[in-house]
Write a protein that binds this ligand. Structure first.
Ligand code: SAM
Length: 286
């Protein structure tokens, strides 16, 4: 067993658990699971299984189920344990609590009552997908699950159109085709990645434009858990002849410098590169 029993101060401990491979758990998370006075979990069976794998006995300790549907009833019990000076560990079914998972009300209430609220950080599908997608990670927006009905989904994507950051979505394999199609329709054919079964046996990353990934989804429908990552606006791939056509048109109205700035700005391209293209066009037209 990797876990050791430690003295935990009274308070609420949010514990991140693996999103696939059971050994993707921190030593501190194991220590907390081995030592907390009371355990609570979104799915008590998953937590028991994880503890078994890592040789952690529940012993005489309480393990309560706490999820979206019973939070109103279970939260007062957990608050009572905190009031009695207990250390309470909470884990969601997989990954980081509160990332598209329960825990928010519990965290808010415990903090408002002045109890220690802390976390043992660890895996989340957001960070894992961003690491593998091959898209910029300097700024990203986690958009969670999109609505399942088409109109609501399209409106939700439209609201994200101008966000100057990489977009991260959780999606089900059943809906990913419809989601990619709507995303392409609203956002244009941006670079993207579909990250599937991360850290598991059938981990797979499909990279390409939204239309390329959509084609692959039609040819080989994906199974399992999915994160879709989409590049920000301004990185839409445009072919050289389209850029040249836009430059030619702009050059009928403005200087080479202004035309290059206009076209480069429209496509998020380097001004210098477009300027060189414009100079080339100018000469060939003479
Ligand atoms: N709390 C979790 C986290 O920190 O990532 C997310 C829980 S949310 C209910 C479940 C969704 O997360 C899945 O439907 C999928 O979109 C994504 N997800 C979780 N594990 C994944 C994995 N191993 N590979 C790809 N996506 C995953």
């Amino acid at each position: 067993m990797n876990a050791k029993t430690v003295n935990l101060a009274a308070g609420l401990y949010f514990v991140a658990t693996p999103i696939g491979t059971a050994r993707d758990i921190t030593l501190r998370a194991l220590d907390i699971l081995a030592s907390a006075d009371v355990l609570a979990a979104e799915d008590t069976r998953s937590l028991r299984r994880l503890m078994d794998i890592h040789g952690i006995a529940l012993g005489e300790r309480r393990l309560l189920s706490y999820h979206d549907h019973n939070g109103g009833r279970t939260r007062p019990k957990l608050m009572q344990y905190l009031a009695e000076g207990c250390s309470v560990a909470y884990a969601s079914e997989a990954g980081t609590p509160m990332i598209a998972d329960p825990g928010y009300d519990l965290s808010k209430e415990a903090a408002a009552e002045g109890y220690l609220v802390t976390s043992a950080p660890g895996p989340t599908a957001i960070a894992t997908a961003l690491t593998l997608a091959g898209l910029p990670t300097d700024k990203f927006l986690f958009a969670g699950f999109l609505p399942s009905t088409k109109n609501a989904r399209i409106s939700a994507i439209e609201a994200l159109k101008e966000v100057p950051a990489t977009l991260v979505f959780y999606e089900s394999p059943k809906r990913v085709g419809a989601m990619l199609k709507d995303a392409q329709g609203v956002l244009g054919d941006r670079p993207a990645a579909m990250c599937r079964e991360l850290t598991k046996k059938f981990e797979e990353i499909r990279r390409g434009t939204l239309s390329e990934i959509l084609t692959s989804v039609k040819e080989a429908p994906p199974k399992g858990e999915i994160v879709v990552v989409i590049d920000r606006a301004g990185k839409v791939s445009v072919n050289t002849s389209d850029i040249e056509a836009e430059l030619r048109e702009a050059l009928t109205r403005m200087t080479v410098k202004d035309a290059s700035e206009l076209v480069a700005g429209a496509h998020g391209m380097a001004r210098r590169k477009v300027y060189q293209m414009a100079l080339g066009l100018d000469r060939s037209d003479e």
